[in-house]
Design a protein around this ligand. Structure first.
Ligand code: 3HC
Length: 318
């Protein structure tokens, strides 16, 4: 009965129009995979310049993919390959509209995905507005990595149509999306979010609205333990990272990963958890992490974190 209900809801309101709030590294990645899956996408940020910057980043990603896709053809005809690349990029980027106008961006949305700053007040304020302006049937999803989806949903009058869609960085590469359901998320909403995750070619896992869901609940304490190891002087940062890369086959060591995700992001996650769960020792703040963040050493995006990144190194857009 459950899946036929979901199928009926699908038939009534199939997801066609997806609106994404936040044109940073995550939001732009979500917009890219949504456009690649054929959805009409609106990418919204506080200024149209910020939204346009997100689209420019997507364009260069898609262009790089297109060059790989038509590399064989380029060997025989550079002209045909260039034409195919251009069409491919246009087809995908042409589905994305950058804007800073909330009301018109959500007026026809079937699904809204929020990927803005990790601040509960700011998110609740946005969800209040989304609830007021998005169509009744629209699902509102948050890409929050550490806040309670339940608290975000509480700003709306459609708690049954709110859930978490938690992507991983870099979104076009990482294959997972976590589908978070609160106690109020309806079966239809959960099913629609699962279908959406699959449609953007991700592996989906369902989880409850608990701190860090599955991945960050395991990954953030691992990073923190690595930082504490460094604080104690048990091993050098290079050796801690090399150990996890070559001893556990992780693509990046934990400190390198902290720099990649952003030490500001890691810090705000751990601060929030520590406040909510002061007795969980794994969530204790780290003096070294706090110091780096106070010095604005956020990792790759600022050019320095645990490591120093030369300006020529590729950096995330935000
Ligand atoms: N956008 C799109 N594509 C990208 C990209 C980006 N920003 N960065 C890399 N890629 C693509 C490359 O084009 C390349 O594609 P190809 O295989 O078709 O040529 C492929 O990814 C591999 O890239 P590289 O060869 O440049 O580099 P690596 O092999 O070192 O891979 C990496 C880079 C994918 C980032 C890899 O190091 C990795 O998987 N790191 C771990 C990432 C991770 O754990 N992410 C999760 C963080 S937790 C999180 O996001 C949750 C949040 O809530 C905090």
């Amino acid at each position: 009965a459950f899946s036929s209900l979901a199928a009926r809801a699908e038939a009534q309101h199939p997801i066609k129009n997806v609106t994404i709030f936040g044109a940073g590294f995550m939001g732009a990645g979500i917009a890219q995979v949504s456009a690649e899956a054929g959805y009409n996408v609106k990418l919204v940020d506080v200024s149209s310049a910020a939204a346009e910057k997100g689209v420019a980043g997507i364009k260069s990603n898609v262009a790089r993919d297109a060059r790989k896709k038509f590399a064989e053809l380029a060997k025989t005809s550079a002209e045909q390959a260039a034409e195919s690349e251009r069409k491919h990029v246009e087809a995908i980027v042409g589905r994305i509209q950058a804007t800073d106008k909330l009301e018109s961006a959500v007026a026809e949305a079937d699904l809204v995905i929020e990927a803005i700053v990790e601040n509960i007040k700011v998110k609740q304020d946005l969800f209040r507005k989304l609830d007021a302006h998005a169509p009744k049937h629209a699902i509102l999803a948050s890409n929050t990595s550490s806040l309670r989806v339940t608290d975000i949903a509480s700003a709306t009058n459609r708690r049954d149509r709110v859930g978490g869609l938690h992507f991983f960085s870099p979104v076009p590469v990482m294959k997972l999306v976590e589908i978070v359901r609160t106690d109020d998320t309806s079966n239809d909403t959960h099913a629609a979010l699962l279908d959406f995750g699959k449609s953007v070619k991700k592996v989906t896992v369902s989880c409850k609205d608990t701190p860090g869901f599955v991945v960050n609940r395991l990954l953030v304490p691992l990073m923190l333990e690595a930082i504490r190891m460094l604080e104690r002087g048990d091993a050098s940062k290079e050796d801690i990272d090399a150990a996890m890369k070559f001893g556990a086959n992780h693509p990046m060591g934990p400190l390198e990963l902290g720099d990649f995700v952003g030490l500001d992001v890691c810090h705000s996650i751990i601060e929030g958890w520590h406040q909510s769960y002061p007795d969980v020792q794994l969530f204790n703040p780290s003096p070294l992490l706090t110091k780096l963040v106070s010095e604005k050493k956020f990792g790759r995006k600022t050019g320095e974190g645990f490591y120093v990144y030369p300006p020529a190194a590729p950096k995330p857009a935000k």
